[in-house]
Design a protein around this ligand. Structure first.
Ligand code: F6P
Length: 352
């Protein structure tokens, strides 16, 4: 059985990471395992920035956003030299298990470290926990932080809606998700958006042209809906599409064109639909984790240590059909993630 485990958070932080760290630390201690907290992701492993954690190290953190272990992306860890130094530290401290809370890149790092130690005839059992607001990890339906981020985005959109309504405007709101539209499509459904623009349904090839056609259709739709009494509009844009300012400007220009050419409007103050862009940005990564994120993080953290206790190694923990499961790291990295296209279809179908 493992005797000493390291725990680290890596990549972009996500609300619920602290709850996961707490579960890992407390579960390990309850089983007589020593826990080393590694600061700033793999950087801490290279720089020796680590400390022994006890039960009190994780008091009063279950409700806090961010990560008490700090986080970072570590380029040096992707090099032989970095892995060599990290492997030395692991050996010196007798770390025989490692729990990594982060995304795909972080899991790849864990697999590399295990391979590197294997060359020295040393074993380290690595377990990855999915922690990212983007929900873009292939092997799991759910990642720690996703629910909190969506709720934060939704709260912000509700606020924007107030001012959008007062001014009869169109609000173009960009949400995070790197190259994934999971946050976008969910908050679009939850706020009753007029449209949602995600990479998943706008292929990279001919993206500009497809996007332009979509925006032309959208401007037409908004103008038609205005005739039925609709006064304001919300368009959710996924980070991967970006260009929210330009999208807002384009929609305004198009609606002005329609008003001028088809409706004969000459009054500049009442021509077209004024559009404004808001990029929600990093506000989505902070804040107290929701109940769902705390519960999932707690379950996953506990499960990770149980795997180590059972002698299982090099796995990524995930959630499938609401059950906690685990996959081989390489298998997890090669899996393909679905996109909730049906939500996008519903948004389009019932917004009129
Ligand atoms: O945590 C994921 C994420 O929030 C992505 O949605 C975004 O692209 C990225 O991180 C930005 O991270 P940073 O500003 O830390 O580089």
């Amino acid at each position: 059985m493992v005797k000493t485990i390291g725990v680290l958070t890596s990549g972009g932080d996500a609300p619920g990471m602290n709850a996961a760290v707490r579960a890992v630390v407390r579960t390990a201690i309850s089983k007589g395992i020593k826990v080393i907290g590694i600061r700033r992701g793999y950087n801490g492993l290279i720089n020796g920035d680590m400390y022994e954690m006890d039960a009190r190290s994780v008091s009063d953190i279950i409700n806090r956003g961010g990560t008490i272990l700090y986080t970072a992306r570590c380029k040096k860890f992707e090099t032989e030299e970095g892995l060599e130094i990290a492997a030395d530290k692991v050996e010196a401290l007798g770390i025989d298990g490692l729990v990594v809370i982060g995304g795909d890149g972080s899991f790849r790092g864990a697999a590399d470290l295990a391979r590197h130690l294997d060359k020295r005839n040393r074993e380290i059992a690595c377990i990855g926990l999915p922690g990212t607001i983007d929900n873009d990890i292939q092997c799991t339906d759910y990642t720690i932080g996703f629910d909190t981020a969506m709720n934060t985005a939704l709260d912000m959109i509700d606020r924007i809606r107030d001012t959008s309504q007062s001014h009869d405007r169109c609000s173009v709101i960009e949400v995070m998700g790197r190259h994934a539209g999971h946050i976008a499509v969910n908050v679009a459904a939850a706020c009753g958006a007029t449209a949602v623009l995600c990479e998943e349904s706008i292929p990279l090839e001919n993206r500009e042209e497809i996007l332009r056609n979509k925006l032309d259709e959208l401007a037409r739709k908004m103008m038609d809906e205005r005739k039925t009494g609709k006064t304001h509009f919300i368009v959710v844009v996924a980070e991967g599409i970006g260009h929210s300012e330009e999208i807002a400007e384009y929609l305004h220009d198009k609606t002005v064109e329609i008003d001028k050419n088809e409706n004969g409007v000459t009054d500049v103050d009442n021509c077209g639909i004024i559009s404004r862009a808001t990029i929600l940005g990093h506000v989505q990564r902070g804040g107290n984790p929701t109940l769902r994120d705390r519960v999932v993080a707690t379950e996953m953290g506990h499960y990770a240590v149980q795997l180590l206790v059972d002698g299982v190694k090099n796995r990524v923990v995930g959630m499938k059909d609401n059950k906690i499961v685990d996959f081989d790291i390489q298998e997890a990295l090669s899996m393909k993630k679905g996109y909730q296209k049906h939500l996008e279809d519903i948004v389009n179908e019932i917004s009129f």
